[in-house]
Write a protein that binds this ligand. Structure first.
Ligand code: 5GP
Length: 196
């Protein structure tokens, strides 16, 4: 599938400088996204996402814990919108709960994600953000939750999309507006190839 893509150069450069490739097609970016976080890069990436969704009405940011929370907060700050994260463990205290199942690519097992209906409403216009798009399983879970409440999914933003996995094509085929700041074309032989 041919897609329109504008790489966000500061992120592309940083991945090439500090990203590491693990066996099994995993890109490690824990020096600036997944464990240690570079707040300046995070701010610049969030502003870029805001620009890419400038023509859309958004009143809520949605993500899944844990890695999505940092970009979601920064985005929520710039869009002046509340940030909701779906939880991976069902808390005993949660009321009006919505749940769905998600298969984890990195952990190779399914888990439930849940969010309280108190924080997702029918009239919400939602921008979903996450660190990675791989097979799109987390994204599919979110689509389910948004559908259940009857809210509008305005779009999905990812810092890094793994273009060699199926998630991006799947979401775009559903006519969802997908914006990825960097698309990895290949991690074969542990060489990071990024779409230009
Ligand atoms: P998906 O649900 O799209 O298959 O996978 C997305 C989730 O898996 C992301 O939220 C991310 O946490 C994790 N993930 C998938 N691939 C990678 C990867 O190459 N590196 C890292 N750090 N996380 C990944």
């Amino acid at each position: 599938m041919e897609i329109q893509h504008t790489p966000f150069k500061p992120l592309v450069d940083r991945i090439l400088k500090d990203g590491k490739c693990l066996e099994g097609g995993i890109l490690k970016v824990d020096g600036f996204i997944n464990q240690q976080i570079d707040p300046n890069l995070l701010k610049d990436m969030s502003i870029e996402i805001v620009k890419r969704f400038a023509n859309y009405k958004i009143n809520k940011i949605l993500t899944i814990e844990a890695s999505g929370i940092a970009p979601a907060i920064m985005l929520g700050f710039f869009l002046n919108a509340p940030v909701v994260f779906a939880k991976k463990k069902v808390p005993s205290t949660m009321e009006n709960m919505l749940t769905t199942e998600v298969f984890s690519f990195t952990k190779q097992k399914s888990y439930s994600v849940c969010v309280s209906k108190d924080f997702l409403q029918k009239d919400d216009k939602i921008l979903f953000v996450d660190d990675f798009l791989a097979n799109g399983n987390a994204a599919k879970g979110i689509i389910d939750l948004v559908k259940i409440v009857g809210a509008e999914l305005v779009g999905m933003a990812f810092l890094i999309e793994k273009g060699f996995q199926a998630g991006g094509n799947y979401l775009r085929e559903q006519n969802i507006k997908v914006e990825s700041l960097a698309i990895i074309d290949s991690l074969d032989n542990c060489e990071i190839k990024i779409r230009q």
